[in-house]
Design a protein. Sequence first.
Lengths: 441, 441
Amino acid sequence: MDARAHRPRVVVVGGGFGGLAAAHALDGADVDVLVLDARNHHCFQPLLYQAATAALSSADIAWPIRHVLRRQRNATVLMANVTGVDPIARRVATTAGDFAFDWLVLATGSTHSYFGHASWEAEAPSLKTVEDAVGIRSRLLAAFERAEAEAANGERGDRLAFAIVGGGPTGVELAGAIAELARRTLPREFRRSDPSRARILLLEAGPRLLPSFQKALADDAERRLARMGVEIRTGAPVEDVSRGGLTVGGERIEVDGAILWAAGVRASPAAAWTGAACDRSGRARVAPDLSVPGAPNVFIVGDAALAVGSDGVETPGLAAAAKQMGRYVGQTIRARCEGRAAPPPFRYRDYGALATIGRNAAVVSIGRLQLTGFPGWLVWSVAHIYFLIGLRSRFLIAANWAWSYLTDQRGARLIMGGADAVGRPAPRRRGLAEADRSHAS
Amino acid sequence: MDARAHRPRVVVVGGGFGGLAAAHALDGADVDVLVLDARNHHCFQPLLYQAATAALSSADIAWPIRHVLRRQRNATVLMANVTGVDPIARRVATTAGDFAFDWLVLATGSTHSYFGHASWEAEAPSLKTVEDAVGIRSRLLAAFERAEAEAANGERGDRLAFAIVGGGPTGVELAGAIAELARRTLPREFRRSDPSRARILLLEAGPRLLPSFQKALADDAERRLARMGVEIRTGAPVEDVSRGGLTVGGERIEVDGAILWAAGVRASPAAAWTGAACDRSGRARVAPDLSVPGAPNVFIVGDAALAVGSDGVETPGLAAAAKQMGRYVGQTIRARCEGRAAPPPFRYRDYGALATIGRNAAVVSIGRLQLTGFPGWLVWSVAHIYFLIGLRSRFLIAANWAWSYLTDQRGARLIMGGADAVGRPAPRRRGLAEADRSHAS
């Protein structure tokens, strides 16, 4: 027991790609690792858009963190919200109690940002968590249900409209997946309305889609999306979002289906907790070894960190980058605990970037190799299935995909919450009821 | 268009076993079928307990009703809450508008009953819907997470306790599945607490478990559950349920894990809508052809109906019975629309009853054949996989089960809602906070 009291304790906050990589790198080391996360599951974020568009179910893309770490005997997992960090006293405050640490790894990721327009969130949800995916899935499917009910009542003339704000990988993937849901999966099952006529708008503030990809790939993605009937507007910053629509370039666009937000990201409060300097999006500026300047035992990895490599390259906010940073910090802590020299400063290795466009096309950039279309999709599928953590999921997702691919069906088309969640058909004649309400207020 | 105006319209309320069977029986008939359901999905209720105990995910046991009916060209599906029925004017009022009918089939099922103790529901949820299953799963898993956090803080001495109220098939299946979750799936993944020590109580008001089965089968189930460490109390009606515990026979039992309610069932308001006479649990007394006395064009099938066959046998509240009733009514409507004689009065054909006990045992009663243990489980598995509606699910559930069986893992262990849903560790010293609250009230 006494020996144990002297074992260094490493606290890892966050069970995403960065946190898990840090914990894994400490497997077998003579330390106690405590992994804290507000959720009980690790979420494979690159596939969240598939859960949000009913292709995969939540359980296919998320696994209990304690299951992922079950074989790592020096790791304990607790589900808790971190409420603060004291880098001097070396304590983390959480909803499950306070914990002392010798080394701290903050891998708390990022959340969506509405650039100061908090009220937009209710109308235009973002996709960051499994709960978000379940909510967006219900919203998308409920829109088609509502249109069918309105058509059955002879109330509907317009086309159902969806808008995705943000033309990065998430926006592109969502737009492609919604286009396929509307054009391929659903039409056979509706009798009074025609899901395939749905309008799908993809809005990007910058001059082109996929700004982090080469222009040729972005152009290919744009052509393919257009062929799937996605209306793309670039140079179109959203000026307002309100109930039932949004404003772009002074023009109000009615969106009765759903508005999804894939435009902004903001780092979690790791910088605020540690007192580190941060950039405009809240990322903490870290030292070359990813530690917090002035707190050498505290590290920040993943989306919460702004790390500039010795080559002057800024580490991007990608799952692969978070993994590399987490592994690096785990190795650093291990080396220092074992009295060895710490590794040289962190440098991000770019293994490429991928984004899918619908069911059998993707853009892939791996060094000088650029793939589009079906070859791109094949690389994307293999890479994702390979990197999925759980063996079970790897097998079942492959089965699921094979099935969806062959049948155009989607396996997880559940609306949670019942008819009240769908809402009543929009009243076409407003008149009295609306007038009454405005009198009352 | 004129011809269409004269086509009889059949409205089916409820997309469960009874409603779907009625709709299917009208496939190809010269009628318009409108299926209304408050949810967009049909739920395979016999497997709900597996979703509630993290063995299957929601999407494995539920499919969009419109997907199930996609090939039936005369069927339209709308997601709507029915708010009332006018049997004279032949109209159904719903949240998606009013609909006229020539024939009406009410297949609205049953919901849980707390025998007048509405406040018990918040502490002891029931299992009737996919949402219920997701909620119960989160509650069960969160209890183990809480115990781990408390143990990490040195706050926990007691064993975690769960209680299931009701010893029918649902209670027996839940108790067995929770015992396996605690004793087999989770232990390897917890470091500070020991899930396998969890206390699992199964309480039954009557003299024995599984009253609808023969005594020999019930005894076998009881022995097997006891061997899995389930404490069974028969002749133990619950007198009170409140935060953190329940009272049985004057004894207060602390239950810090979760209390689940599998004791009472109440029919949905089909009887009230139609003005039919009903029994104590709200089931409408229907005529020998399952129509409402005095309203020959309105039928009630499934759990909402009290049907007594020509042989004097009461039709039980089982999925198989609902299916038979639905098919019978569909055939009756079809015969009458086609000018043929209606079928003879409804008679329930008993094809048996099944209940699983954990992962590889079941009790099965098929006529004179009685099976227990592994042979029972094999029959149960084959029967369930066979009767699952979606081919996709049939394949994926089989894969899922094979995987769980081989590895003791469970695929859907997600807690929805984050750490706040789990709650803080229970305060051990109550004192002040409690006192303050009682002053305030």
